[in-house]
Design a protein around this ligand. Structure first.
Ligand SMILES: Nc1nc2c(ncn2[C@@H]2O[C@H](COP(=O)(O)OP(=O)(O)OP(=O)(O)O)[C@@H](O)[C@H]2O)c(=O)[nH]1
Ligand SMILES: [Mg+2]
Length: 202
């Protein structure tokens, strides 16, 4: 898919104030600093679209971007960021849960996992929640350029094996590097397919 236009639309704390749900939507979630905003920029081919930062906790709201005037990319705050108050964490969790469970045009959630690490309980638990909530998702392994291919594939395998302990069928997964633009074409191909499906249903 060719990206012709990518524009920032709006930031919200409230799912009900998000743009009219008349277009297919793809949200990106994962631990703080895992690379959500960077993957969005890679897909949109625009380094400046979503704000990235070396300091975790950069993205704090539900941010909508309109791509090719046809579909939405959504940047979400990360989970597992230690340096926030208990009450702020609770309100983020509520905001994200409401958004994920109630947004009617959410075609898929991409859960981002840092490919440099062995499986983390926080990520596995979050994925279990998505299952409980019946939210469709796929997995994006990030920052593959930071490790050797061998190390990356070892971590990817370990993570998927961990998921197999509780999931009968595994979702699709992608290995990405925002720096090298690895995985971009595969993710965009999936989005294109889902967009076509959305048009048929609508
Ligand atoms: N080498 C490398 N660095 C990356 C990659 N993706 C992200 N980064 C770096 O990781 C840091 C965090 O990236 P962000 O995209 O801001 O992460 P985020 O998940 O949006 O973070 P929060 O909004 O704080 O939750 C930044 O310094 C990025 O430049 C990648 O594929 N390769
Ligand atoms: Mg971010």
């Amino acid at each position: 898919m060719v990206i012709k236009t990518a524009e920032y639309l709006i930031s919200n704390v409230d799912w009900e104030k998000c743009p009219t749900p008349d277009k297919p939507e793809y949200a990106f979630i994962g631990r703080s600093n895992v690379g959500k905003s960077s993957v969005i920029n890679m897909l949109a081919n625009n380094e400046k679209l979503a704000k990235t930062s070396g300091t975790p906790g950069k993205t704090q709201l539900i941010n909508h971007f309109l791509i090719n005037k046809e579909w939405y990319l959504v940047d979400l705050p990360g989970y597992g960021f230690a340096k926030v108050s208990q009450s702020q964490r609770k309100s983020w969790e509520r905001m994200i849960e409401d958004y994920l469970r109630k947004r009617p045009n959410l075609s898929n959630v991409f859960v981002l996992i840092d490919s440099r690490h062995t499986p983390q309980k926080l990520d596995i638990d979050f994925i279990s929640k998505l299952g409980e909530w019946n939210v469709p998702f796929q997995i994006i392994f990030t920052k593959a350029d930071k490790n050797s291919q061998l190390e990356t594939s070892r971590n990817v395998k370990a993570f998927l094996n961990k998921l197999r302990e509780t999931w009968q069928f595994l979702p699709a997964s992608y290995v990405t590097s925002a720096v090298k633009k690895t995985g971009r074409d595969q993710i965009l191909a999936f989005i294109e397919e889902m967009n076509a499906r959305f048009q048929r249903i609508a």
